[in-house]
Ligand binder design. Structure first.
Ligand code: UD1
Ligand code: MG
Length: 456
């Protein structure tokens, strides 16, 4: 196949989203819409990917992150939103001398597959068409442009707002993805905003190219979802449901138990090992890896984390943690960014761990706060013990050596270092380092006094 360049139209105002953000930065399964489109293009190795951006383009560029550094990715800007044809015109300068095929995609059509795009490029080249439109047969075609065909050739595309009642009955819709020859640039200059929305419609290029003696055709994608356009929150929610259902199905097929699929959300990039069990109401957000034989119980939320085999997480909130094998967290634990729980650690109810390393088999079972700390192997942290890591300006570290036993309600006023095999008495407030092997008591002595009897 000869080379091709892609243009992604992503400057639209997204009025129907009713959002202060550009439409294409809205996330589907944890990933911005525009990133979905680029990710499906990259395997096809386009010569160029020109992004046409509009309002608040800096937010789109931020969402793109590393993708913006891909050598093929370039940006063009549409200052005023005058329609999809006007948007494509903004890419003309970048592709001026480009003679290959031009694949135009919409930033709001995220579920398109690489294979389908490949098929579109192939069909366009094989039939020598000036435009090949990617469409689909939709059960609910409302809102889409309709494909008006003549046998296997394409006559024109009519937008919903300009369609006659008969045309509205047509179920073959324009997916908003097109493959053009370099003839498109000349055709664009002939498009006029003679329509209900007074916009320069890219879809009008079909008729113009045909009238100038060029060939126009279409390819239909399997199933409507691949070309589902996201124009409103309702459409975004439908797409989420669809992507989630696909993800859950693939997990079930790979040997993960999902007890109540309709109540579980799993981001499409999540990896979950065989024989793991997801209980109802689990929410696995983006960038999560879970090993084999894990149990994740109800109302747990996990994001940006790695969890090894045989872990058991119950009703917990886990963000940015690395969790070892056989770890038990919860019910109701909060594991915060940069926390590492090594194999066999137990973190119990109402315990919070932040930016701390907890070594093997340590236990932090009840009502603790461990922040900016190192907790050694086999340490036992008693109920209510906490690190006082913040002096109002800076954070300070606490170090607790292996096999130390920390009584209930101990406060470690950081920075402080506790040796190995130390015993800290319950209720102590530790402000000084404790050498290994010592018993530390830092609390007021109990006094016993005569009890006065109060008479009324
Ligand atoms: C468009 C198509 C419609 C198709 C549908 C598929 C047109 C005229 N209609 O309708 O036939 O069925 O997509 O989803 O193209 N954009 C710009 N600048 C603009 C206007 C739009 O960059 O000035 C971009 C948008 O960001 C979007 C794409 O072009 O990615 C399509 O625009 P949108 O307003 O979503 O058009 P639809 O009504 O969905
Ligand atoms: Mg759209």
């Amino acid at each position: 196949m000869k080379g091709f360049s892609a243009v992604i139209l992503a400057a639209g105002d997204g009025t129907r989203m009713k959002s202060s953000l550009p439409k294409v930065v809205h996330k589907l399964s944890g990933k911005p819409l525009i990133n979905w489109v680029i990710d499906s293009l990259l395997p096809l190795k386009p010569d160029n990917i020109v992004l046409v951006l509009g309002r608040q383009s800096e937010l789109v560029e931020k969402a793109l992150g590393a993708l913006l550094k891909e050598p093929s990715v370039k940006t063009a800007y549409q200052k005023e939103r005058k329609g999809s044809a006007h948007a494509l015109m903004q890419a003309q300068k970048t592709l001026k001398n480009y003679r290959g095929q031009i694949l135009v995609l919409s930033g709001d059509v995220p579920l398109i597959k690489s294979e389908t795009l490949k098929g579109l490029l192939k069909s366009n080249a094989k039939k020598g068409e000036a435009v090949t439109v990617l469409g689909a047969t939709a059960q609910e075609p409302y809102g889409y442009g309709r494909i008006i065909k003549n046998g296997s050739s394409l006559e024109k595309i009519v937008e919903e707002k300009d369609a006659s009642p008969e045309q509205k009955e047509i179920k073959e819709i324009n997916g908003g993805i097109y493959c053009f020859s370099a003839d498109i640039w000349k055709a664009l200059s002939k498009i006029k905003p003679d329509n209900a929305k007074k916009e320069y419609y890219l879809t009008d290029a079909v008729e113009i190219l045909k009238n100038s003696g060029k060939k126009a055709g279409f390819v239909l994608a399997d199933g409507g979802y691949e070309v589902k356009g996201i124009n409103s929150r309702a459409e975004l929610a439908q797409a989420e449901q669809y992507v989630n259902a696909l993800k859950i199905k693939s997990l079930l097929d790979s040997g993960v138990t999902v007890i109540a699929p309709n109540s579980v959300y799993v981001s499409s990039d999540a990896k979950i090992g065989q024989d793991s069990v997801l209980y109802p109401n689990v929410f696995i957000d983006s960038n999560v890896e879970i090993g084999k034989n894990c149990i994740i119980r109800g109302s747990s939320y996990i994001i940006n984390s790695k969890i090894a085999d045989n872990a058991e997480i119950s009703y917990s909130y886990i963000n940015g943690a690395v969790i070892g094998k056989n770890v038990k967290a919860g019910p109701f634990s909060h594991i915060r960014p940069h926390s590492v729980l090594k194999d066999g650690v137990k973190v119990g109810n109402f315990s919070e761990i932040k930016k701390s390393v907890v070594e093997k088999n340590a236990k932090i079972n009840h009502l603790s706060y461990i922040g900016d700390a190192f907790i050694g192997q086999d340490v036992n942290i008693g109920a209510g013990a906490i690190t006082c890591n913040y002096d109002g300006v800076k954070k300070h570290a606490t170090f607790i050596g292996a096999k130390s036993f920390i009584g209930s309600n101990v406060n470690f006023v950081a920075p402080v270092k506790v040796g190995k095999d130390v015993l800290v008495a319950a209720g102590s407030t530790i402000t000084k380092d404790i050498p290994s092997g010592k018993l530390a008591i830092a609390r007021a002595r109990q006094e016993l006094k005569r009890k006065k009897t109060i008479k009324n």
